[in-house]
Design a protein around this ligand. Sequence first.
Ligand SMILES: [Zn+2]
Length: 85
Amino acid sequence: MQSHSAIDPAAALQRTHEWFEVNSGWAPPDEYTLIDWGLEGIGRAPDDCLVAEYGVCRHGLVSWQVVLDDLEDYDATAVRARAER
Ligand SMILES: [Zn+2]
C-alpha cells in the first residue's frame, strides 16, 4: 500500500527532473533569493508552490534548494572524474 505522506526524496527528485523535461518557462531562483528563502525556512518548487526549504510540494516536486544541491553534487563528481584522468 502506498502512502502519500511517505516521501522518497530520490523519487521526488526524479519526478522533478521529469517535470523539467515536459514543462517550459521555469527558471532557477538566483542565489540571493535562495538565501532569503533559507533564512525564512521556506522554498519554492519549480512549479511555484510554496514549500519548506527542503520540502516537496503537493504535486511531488522538490524545492529548488534540493534540485540545486543535487546539481552541485553532480558537478563536483564530474570535476573529480575529470581530474582523475
Ligand atoms: Zn506543486
